[in-house]
Design a binder for this molecule. Sequence first.
Ligand code: PMP
Length: 393
Amino acid sequence: MGLFDKFERIEQSLDTLKQYSESFFNVVLQEIISSTEAVINGKRTILAGTNNYLGMPHRRECIEAACQAIQEHGTGTTGSRMANGTYAIHVELEKELSRFLHKNHTIIFTTGYSANLAVLSTLVGPKDIVILDADCHASIYDGCRLGGVQVYRFRHNNVEDLEKRLKRLATKDTNILIAVEGLYSMLGDRAPLKEIVELKKEYNAYLLVDEAHSLGVLGRNGRGLAEEQDVEDDVDFVIGTFSKSLGSVGGYCSSNHHKLELLRYASRPYVFTASSSPANIAAARKALEIIEKEPQLRTRLWENANLLYSRLKDLSFTIGPAPSPIIPVRFKEIPKAFAAWNGLLENGVYVNMVLPPATPDGTALLRCSLSAAHSLEQVEKIAQAFETIRHLA
Ligand code: PMP
C-alpha cells in the first residue's frame, strides 16, 4: 500500500467530473480586469462567484495604502505575532476592529481559517462541549478537532434541534460553546441569532458567531448579523475574516471577555505562523475605514442582491428563501448543474459550482455572489445568462 493509495476515491471522482468539465477545479483568472471582471479561458467574464461584497480589492485608496505599507514596512514580517511579527500596524488594526465592533479585545490572525482554528482549539478542550450548526465552515470543525473537544451538531438553523441537544448535554460541570455563522456561506441564509441567544442564556452556554460573510454586509453600520438582530452584547466571541468585505487576507476574534488576551499565549495557530503582511494589514485598515464612511456601499450591494434574486425568482429557479448577496441556485442532477455552469461561462458569467458533500442536501448548487461593485447592467447580464440555461434546472 503506497502513500497515495488512499486518494484513489478522489482520483475516481476527478475522472468522473472531467467528463463534464476539464477546467472545473482549475479555473484560472488569466487577467484581473476589476473586482467584477476577469479574463477566463481567454474570454472577458463577469465574476459572480467571489466573496468580494464591497469591491475593496480594487479601491484606489486600499491599493495605495497597501503599496505605501510595503514601502514603509517591507513585503513580509518574517515572524509570528509572538516573536518579531507584531508591528505597530497590527496593534492599530486590533484597536480599530475593537472600536468598530464595540468589543473590548481583538486578536488578529493570519487568515480567517486560522482565527477559527486558533480560538476553537484553545478555548475548548476535551472536557468541554461544542454544539455547532451542521452547516458551519470547515475551519470551525477543524478547530474543534485540533482541540479534541466533544462536538455535537444540530440541524442547520433548527433552534428546536439545538435546544434538544442543550437539554441533553447541559450539566453543571461542563462548559458548552454554541458555534454558528452569521450569514451562511453557501445558502446565504441568516442564523436565527435572537432565539439562539435566548437558549444560550437559558442553558448558561457561550456563543461564538463567525461573521465572515456578514461583516460590512449586514447591520445598520455593517457590524454583521448580531448588529442586525440587536444581540451584539450577547455574542461572546465574534470571528471574522479580511478576505471578503475587506478585500485582504487575515482574520480576527473580538470579545468583551477580559481574559481573551490569554489566547495569544496558548494558541498554536497564533504562535507558530507568520503574521499578516504589512500590505494585507494596511489594505484591511483602509477598507474598514471605508466601510464606516460609506454606508451607501451596503445599499448598492443590496440593490444588486435584490435585483438578481427577483430576476432568478421570476425565471422560476429554485433559490434561497430570501434575497441575499449569496444566492444559491439548486440543481437536482449533477450533470445538468455542470452543463449549466459551463453554459454560464460560455455566456461570460462565472459562478461557484458547489457539489456534495459541500452542499447541505446532496444536490448541486450554483452559488452566485454579488458585489457593490457590480453595475445594474452587469447584474442584468448575469440574469440573462441564467435565462439561457433555464431548461437545465
Ligand atoms: N469562516 C467562514 C464562514 C468562511 O466562509 C471562511 C472562508 N470561506 C472562513 C471562515 C475562512 O476565512 P479565510 O478565507 O480568511 O481563511
